[in-house]
Ligand binder design. Structure first.
Ligand SMILES: NC(=O)c1ccc[n+]([C@@H]2O[C@H](COP(=O)([O-])OP(=O)(O)OC[C@H]3O[C@@H](n4cnc5c(N)ncnc54)[C@H](OP(=O)(O)O)[C@@H]3O)[C@@H](O)[C@H]2O)c1
Length: 287
């Protein structure tokens, strides 16, 4: 039932919470966001994905990390929650730009440590390769942060198989986070899911139910809706359970800014799709 994050030794519930919608444009009031995080944890999630740049713009860096830290401080249940964050992007005037320079990654990591209120980040992911910086320099900076004990484990995001292999020659990599959902199956066509499965790296599909714009497609897709109706569950749950069934290394991180979304996604952990369901889904969404 639980899944491990690569060779990290960290074991988490198979569905995690994506923090982004609680902090970017259109975000909910803070009280609603805090209720959403608590609802996700109460429903059994214990893995949260965030990033320094989940915020409105460069005046607001760390918004999502501070929100998660606040929610975790308020909890008295003593359950451990794995928080993964990222560095390597910036938000000038609300835009999204890459900055994989080692000096940026070092200061971003220090800011994330402060925002999360921890001495060590459990999983620190390079948000994306920076075309203007040698990839090995960015990964090398993360290797140094790991050696210094500021981060326990290194992950990558938005990478190809060649980049994963290049990074693994520099530092152990425990996870890869790329976009992946029924309507964006490039993680299979480019071989990243297969590579992670074969090498025991966790694969964290981001925007697993289509993202802010694509979620309407999941909500109305006839196959997802039909399978959901057979089980009395939402097409979102069917999507997440299908992803989980695709590989033992899958760890979807559906985003939520509402309590209902987080609770519904968490319930996908318990949904067992039949062989017939899976065959129907694979015909609709061939990988
Ligand atoms: N590494 C990267 O470059 C990258 C890029 C994008 C995202 N991410 C990460 O991946 C996470 C997930 O991606 P995402 O947030 O873009 O898209 P997503 O998980 O596909 O979710 C999109 C929206 O769908 C709604 N939703 C999710 N589960 C639902 C459910 N069970 N029932 C009804 N509605 C549901 C939520 O709406 P409400 O907001 O209305 O609750 C959510 O905001 C992010 O939060 C972030 O942590 C990483």
């Amino acid at each position: 039932m639980r899944r491990t994050i690569g060779s990290s030794g960290l074991s988490v519930a198979p569905i995690g919470l994506g923090g982004m919608p609680m902090s970017i444009q259109g975000r909910p009031p803070e009280a609603e966001a805090l209720r959403t995080i608590h609802a996700a944890l109460d429903a059994g999630m214990d893995f949260i994905d965030t990033a320094d740049v989940y915020c409105k713009d460069d005046t607001d860096i760390g918004h999502n990390e501070r929100l998660i830290a606040k929610a975790l401080r308020d909890r008295a249940d003593g359950r451990s929650v794995v928080v993964a964050t990222k560095g390597g992007l910036e938000r000038p005037k609300g835009d999204w730009t890459t900055n994989g320079r080692p000096e940026h990654l070092r200061s971003a990591c220090d800011r994330s440590l402060a925002a999360l209120g921890v001495d060590q980040i459990q999983l620190y992911q390079l948000h994306a390769p920076d075309d203007d910086v040698p990839f090995a320099d960015s990964v090398g900076a993360l290797a140094e942060l790991r050696a210094a004990g500021k981060i326990a484990h290194v992950g990558l995001s938005n990478v190809s198989v060649a980049e994963i292999e290049a990074a693994r020659a520099i530092v152990p990599i425990v996870s890869v986070q790329n976009r992946c959902n029924p309507f964006d199956r490039s993680a299979w066509t480019d071989g990243v899911v297969q590579y992670c499965t074969a090498n025991g790296l966790a694969f964290l599909p981001y925007s697993p139910v289509g993202g802010g714009r694509g979620k309407a497609k999941v909500a109305t897709d006839k196959t997802l809706v039909a399978v959901g109706q057979r089980h009395g569950v939402s097409p979102f749950q069917v999507t997440l359970a299908w992803l989980l069934a695709k590989s033992p290394v899958m760890l979807p991180i559906p985003g939520a800014s509402k309590v209902a979304s987080a609770v519904d996604s968490a319930a996908a952990m318990k949904l067992v799709l039949t062989a017939e369901d899976l065959a129907e889904l694979d015909r609709a969404f061939p990988t």
